[in-house]
Design a protein around this ligand. Structure first.
Ligand SMILES: [Zn+2]
Length: 352
């Protein structure tokens, strides 16, 4: 059965004080995720609202935060040796592992039995255009070495690799870093992806992700590009603002080659430059892997990135009860519009 992209447009009516209480008819667009069924809404008013509520980056405040937090930052090079934890010798005999500027250490406050942090740069702060593909590649490589090592030791199944950048993303530190956790149970969203990919495969005898790419390539409304086997697109029902997705025909982290990591790093660096161009400074990303060591016919590893609000004195978060407690998504820009401006950006920077 072909992938069904279900959407519906409704109209909300009100007498708005912004137009002298004339009748204001605003379009509301429902989108249902074709695999998971979650609801993403693209209200026509949202672009206007977001520019009112989520302010521009307050550079003065950011400079102040960077200066204050740098003093006691244990991820800065002068503090790493004395103030960060070390792995047990069975994982890394030297306690920590370095790859280029990246240093991987255990998380001082582990969430799962395996919790690590990759300090991504020697710099305390990176503006988004300074996240280079080299820095990202070294950090991803360090993360993968760690995952391979703990898999050898523990045969752990469910691993997550992600990043939060700056306080609006939920990060408690300014210093750029990635986080890796691995344990016995999958997080809810990973489980939904895995279970529904399996269901789709059993019902249709074809892999959902390969079908998705085939379908998106034909319409090309949301399909962006392919970088040596990684397909980049804007999801039909995004899970956050400026949501960009990368999909690769590999089941889990252990199947990724160095070249795959290079390609991910290269394109993530481009996405972050694009965010910067859009006057953004904060983001979250995550890689959704299948169970380590299991080659699945029904699942392809994928990556998802979203932007978060800018640092501002009058700070309003975008994680209110609908996204946080209802798993619903309110999107400020229709995916097809985002795809259009992102593709224009790629042409402008000469990407091919
Ligand atoms: Zn630092």
């Amino acid at each position: 059965m072909p992938i069904h992209f279900e959407k519906k447009i409704k109209v909300a009516k009100l007498h708005s004080p912004l137009i002298n209480f004339e009748l204001d008819e605003q379009e509301v667009e429902y989108r249902i995720d074709p695999l998971l069924g979650h609801l993403s809404l693209c209200p026509s008013s949202q672009k206007k609202k977001i520019s009112r509520v989520h302010k521009k980056l307050d550079n003065e405040l950011l400079d102040d935060i960077c200066a204050k937090t740098k003093k006691n930052c244990f991820f800065c090079p002068e503090k790493i040796d004395s103030a960060t934890p070390k792995f047990t010798a069975d994982i890394f005999p030297d306690g920590r592992l370095k790859v280029g500027e990246a240093v991987i250490i255990p998380n001082l406050f582990p969430y799962l039995e395996h919790s690590a942090v990759v300090i991504l740069s020697r710099s305390h702060f990176l503006s988004l255009e300074n996240y280079s593909s080299e820095l990202l590649f070294d950090a991803l490589k360090a993360a993968l070495i760690y995952l391979k090592r703990i898999y050898e030791i523990d045969k752990v199944k469910y691993a997550v690799l992600g990043a939060n950048y700056l306080f609006p993303s939920g990060s408690s530190l300014v210093h750029p870093h990635l986080q890796i956790t691995a344990g016995e149970y999958p997080f809810c969203y990973s489980k939904l992806l895995l279970d529904n990919s399996k269901r789709y495969y059993e019902e249709n005898k074809v892999n959902f992700w390969s079908e998705l790419i085939k379908t998106e390539k034909i319409s090309s409304e949301r399909y962006i590009s392919e970088t040596e086997g990684i397909h980049w697109l804007i999801p039909f029902a995004p899970i956050g603002n400026f949501n960009i997705q990368g999909i690769i025909n590999k089941s889990n982290f252990l199947e990724l080659s160095e070249n795959d990591l290079k390609n991910f790093a290269r394109f993530i660096a481009i996405i972050l430059k694009f965010y910067k161009r859009q006057k953004q400074s904060s983001f979250n990303f995550v890689f959704y892997s299948g169970p380590l060591g299991e080659e699945l016919d029904d699942y392809w590893l994928n990556f998802s990135i979203i932007r978060r609000p800018n640092i501002n004195k009058v700070y309003i978060n975008d994680m209110w009860f609908i996204p946080r407690l209802m798993y619903g998504n309110i999107i400020s820009q229709r995916p097809e519009e985002l795809a259009k401006i992102f593709k224009e950006y790629l042409i402008k920077i000469g990407f091919h």
